[in-house]
Design a protein around this ligand. Structure first.
Ligand SMILES: Nc1ncnc2c1ncn2[C@@H]1O[C@@H]2COP(=O)(O)O[C@H]2[C@H]1O
Length: 881
């Protein structure tokens, strides 16, 4: 950075700036460095420069360091000044929204674009603002027109400002007559201030035409004109040669610089639209720019990163190797581990390369993290499209189906239609009329039960259950109880006074795992993705704890979800990446591996014939999406913990279905807030509504407090022989009965199946091959232990006091979990979908835990030791194909 204290220097720098130093001249002010204080000061304009105005030497931020280095001076010019003119921080540029229409946008990627735009004819428009036409203006107009400028003239401030609201007609240069001091119709200061107050007019070159005496005698006024927003002051003259010089200078310098800035705005807007993550640094690896995707991925606002060393955002030490290569002008390609704002690592496939803006020397380093490359290796959909394209909304629109059902019922029984339960009670009452006393009494009891409002709610009330052991009591009690726990103070630890800290469960920090390719090992593993013994832990390891993107792409493509939703693969991939990034890797159980596991189970269930017959492709997509997102942003603590600690989420959701509500809400918030991630953007409005309703319904169904309710409904409604096979009722033959009345595919029944499907997928871990079943048991226990630890430390009610890492018996907890939750549910589910391998593992795992319990084995370490000897054989039929 140089500074000028006289016009000669100014010209020298101005000249050099373009030719040599890439310095952009933008303003009249000149910065000079004080010898005493070592500070930069704004100097008044230098006179006698030929045009009465000189310009500040502003360096494009991207080149800031480079310029300082070359000139050997320090870069302590105030940040505000640099920011004001820097193209780097212009993501909010007024030009950005217009860019798709802007011709510059389409030139993105053309290496010579800046040079090409230097004589941009669109910018050669002059507006003259004067209330008095005279020989000076005639001279300007004639000269300008001869030099191919379009000239327009207006005679008042209002008309002048109006010209800047006209879209394509906006002039690049405005000459304002400042010679007539008391001119009320043309107020130069007002014009300048009004224009500069609107960001989209930042690039307009404002020229003040003054009398010679104005510059010579009146320094204060000169400063005031410049500070109100004028770029240039020109002394009145009729000399055409002077105007030729001025106009050429305007074109070569001011206009071309503006052309470049506009172009950069367009490029930056384009960068903000891309799904790739782009970071630009200076030569010292200080970040100069990060695009919007970068903010989404890493979670930092632009102001958090600009001018910060890149290394601050890097997780591992290999940034040194990258920078060494870049310094040698060698491109680098590989995986980089960035550190997100919340401290979590994110692995990105990165291409880093040196960039030369002008001349031969590197000016910047650019890091591009690509979302997905061609030939990413994910399999294409292979599901026979028997139901393809049949988005029969009737089949999933509960209103439509229910009204059909109502009509049939009305015809049959002529009963009031409002509440199904009243219809049932009425039917029973009718039946009672012709029954004997014993039947009447029994039916009275039935009616009494039916009159209770919570017809399907849990028949297991914690306080009423007599569990065999306290671990089971703790676990099942905690799982099926809603809201905060009211436990006695004896459960609390009294040796710590720390207060509870709410964890940042909100939007959290986004992180991404972009990949250009799937490694052969991952590919080989993913070939097994539709087998019940699929090893999700291996995928977790191979994918560096990002299994959801890999498995997600694999299965979503298999089910052709992108086609069903009408979105492209990149959107699907970007979406998966963001969703996975909102799972907490530090949770031992509720992390993205669990989501991948649930997704895998869901996909396997969807492949079963009974399910295939029942669900259409939109249903399938909803199931897969719900599985992927069902635990997003899980804090690793239960809803009861959040309620007890008065966490923001518990307050937001009034202690009701806290986590599940959050998972569902965040899913839609993340998906719809950014077009690049919005996998639903291709859906019709009505279809989207149905999809949203379905996904929310399924995520909410994973809430364990409603476990028995969902199971009971499924058992009573779905898991019965086909109604059409049953004996006719009340003299009706099967052919008399409307299919909508009893067919097992009513919308509500389909919903019950989908709820059961995701519920089973969610807790399928005890039915997986032993090694995996044990690993999951270990992980969930560890998460429970962590919660207990935290509750004790923070004097909170201890939700599951038996889950203490020192004393807890893992086998007992698993036996209890299977006795009360798993065994019945999976027997029921198996009788519906027929999946023998699932039951085989469930039963043999149960026996395994029983054996351990008998031997008195308690801890995880002891269990792990037994693992090598007791692995069961996988049955022949374990595959799905
Ligand atoms: N193997 C297991 N042992 C004990 N509890 C489990 C096991 N697997 C799942 N769970 C619990 O079941 C719950 C199902 O819903 P969540 O995923 O919210 O949280 C899960 C755990 O709390």
């Amino acid at each position: 950075m140089g500074y000028a204290s006289n016009s000669k220097d100014v010209f020298k720098y101005r000249h050099e700036s373009i030719e040599k130093y890439n310095i952009v001249t933008l303003d009249h002010r000149v910065y000079s460095k004080s010898a005493d204080t070592d500070e930069w000061n704004v100097r008044r304009p230098v006179k006698n420069s030929g045009t009465a105005g000189n310009r500040i030497l502003i360096i494009l931020t991207a080149m800031w360091d480079n310029c300082c280095r070359r000139s050997g001076s320090t870069s302590d010019l105030s940040r505000e000044t640099v920011d004001a003119y820097s193209p780097i921080n212009r993501s909010d540029s007024p030009l950005a929204p217009q860019t798709p229409e802007n011709f510059n946008y389409y030139m993105f990627g053309c290496s010579k674009y800046i040079q090409d735009l230097r004589s941009n004819p669109m910018l050669k428009k002059i507006l003259i603002v004067t209330s008095k036409d005279d020989s000076v203006w005639q001279s300007v107009t004639t000269t300008a027109r001869n030099l191919d400028w379009a000239v327009n003239r207006v005679s008042s401030s209002e008309e002048a400002l109006e010209c800047f609201h006209k879209g394509n007609e906006v002039p690049a240069v405005a000459f304002v007559d400042c010679r007539h001091q008391n001119d009320k119709t043309v107020d130069a200061h007002q014009i300048a201030r009004s224009l500069r107050s609107i960001r989209k007019n930042a690039h307009v070159v404002l020229v003040a035409l003054v009398r010679k005496s104005f510059v010579v005698r009146n320094e204060k006024d000169v400063t005031s004109i410049l500070t109100s927003g004028f770029n240039k002051i020109i002394v009145e003259t009729c000399n055409k040669n002077v105007w030729i010089k001025e106009l050429q200078q305007l074109e070569k310098e001011d206009i071309s610089v503006r052309s470049m800035l506009i172009q950069q705005d367009a490029v930056l807007a384009a960068l903000d639209k891309t799904k790739d993550l782009v970071i630009i640094t200076d030569l010292k690896h200080n970040i100069q720019y990060m695009n919007k995707m970068g903010s989404i991925v890493l979670g930092y606002a632009p102001e958090d990163v600009v001018n910060q060393p890149l290394a601050v955002f890097h997780q591992l030490g290999d940034i040194d190797q990258i920078t060494k290569k870049l310094q040698k002008n060698i491109e680098w390609d590989g995986k980089v581990s960035w550190k997100c704002k919340n401290g979590e690592p994110v692995y990105l496939q990165c291409r880093a390369f040196p960039f030369r803006s002008f001349g031969k020397e590197t000016t910047n380093f650019i890091y591009v993290q690509e979302t997905i490359a061609e030939g990413h290796g994910y399999p294409r959909g292979s599901v026979p499209s028997i139901r393809k394209g049949s988005y029969d909304l009737k089949s999933i629109n509960s209103d439509g189906a229910q009204s059909a059902r109502r009509q049939s019922l009305a015809k049959l029984h002529n009963l009031p239609l409002e509440a199904p339960i009243t219809k049932v009670i009425s039917l029973i009452c009718t039946a009672q009329e012709n029954s004997n006393d014993q039947v009447v009494q029994i039916l009275d009891k039935v009616v009494d039960i039916l009159r209770v409002t919570e017809l399907y709610s849990s028949h297991l009330k914690t306080e009423n259950i007599k569990f065999d052991d306290p671990v089971t009591s703790d676990l099942i009690g905690a799982l099926i109880t809603q809201g905060p726990m009211h436990v006695t103070s004896t459960r609390r630890s009294s040796n710590d006074s720390a207060t509870v800290k709410n964890q940042p469960y909100g939007m959290g920090i986004a992180k991404m795992n972009f990949m250009t390719s799937v490694t052969p090992q991952i590919k080989e593993l993913l070939d097994m993705s539709l087998y019940w013994d699929f090893n999700v832990f291996k995928l977790e390891e191979l994918s560096m704890k990002r299994p959801l993107v890999h498995l997600g792409m694999n299965l979503l493509m298999h089910f052709e979800v992108h086609k069903t939703l009408g979105c492209d693969e990149r959107t699907l991939h970007a979406w998966l990446t963001v969703i996975e990034s909102h799972y907490h890797a530090k949770n031992t159980y509720h992390n993205s591996t669990h989501a991948a596991d649930v997704l895998q189970a869901t996909a396997m269930f969807l492949e079963k014939d009974r399910i295939k017959r029942l669900l259409d492709q939109l249903d399938e997509a909803c199931c897969l999406i719900a599985a992927i997102t069902h635990d997003i942003d899980h804090p690793g603590k239960s809803s009861a913990f959040l309620c007890n600690s008065q966490n923001d989420l518990a307050i937001l959701y009034n202690d009701i279905s806290v986590l599940e509500s959050h998972h569902a809400a965040l899913t839609f918030k993340l998906t719809t807030r950014d077009e690049r991630l919005n996998i639903f953007k291709g859906l019709e409005k009505d279809t989207y509504k149905v999809v949203r309703q379905n996904i929310i319904d399924m995520i909410l169904a994973t809430e364990m407090t409603k476990h028995f309710e969902h199971l009971a409904k499924f058992v009573s409604v779905c898991n019965k022989p086909s109604s059409l096979d049953e004996a006719p009722v009340d003299g009706l033959t099967p052919s008399d009965v409307s299919p909508e009345t009893i067919a097992p595919t009513s919308a509500e029944e389909v919903n019950l199946v989908k709820r059961m499907l995701i519920k089973c997928a969610d807790v399928s871990n005890p039915t997986r091959p032993l090694k995996m079943c044990v690993e999951w048991a270990k992980r969930i226990a560890e998460e429970y232990f962590n919660q207990t630890d935290e509750e004790k430390i923070n004097h909170l009610p201890v939700v599951m006091p038996m889950f203490d890492r020192v004393t807890c018996s893992i086998p007992k907890s698993q036996i209890g979990f299977m006795d009360y939750i798993i065994n019945d549910m999976f027997e029921t589910w198996d009788s519906f979908i027929d999946m023998p391998e699932m039951l085989y593992y469930m039963r043999s795992n149960y026996q395994y835990w029983k054996d351990l319990e008998e031997k008195g084995t308690i801890s995880i370490n002891e269990i792990c030791k037994t693992m090598t000897t007791t692995l069961p054989k996988i049955p022949e039929s374990s595959g799905n194909h």
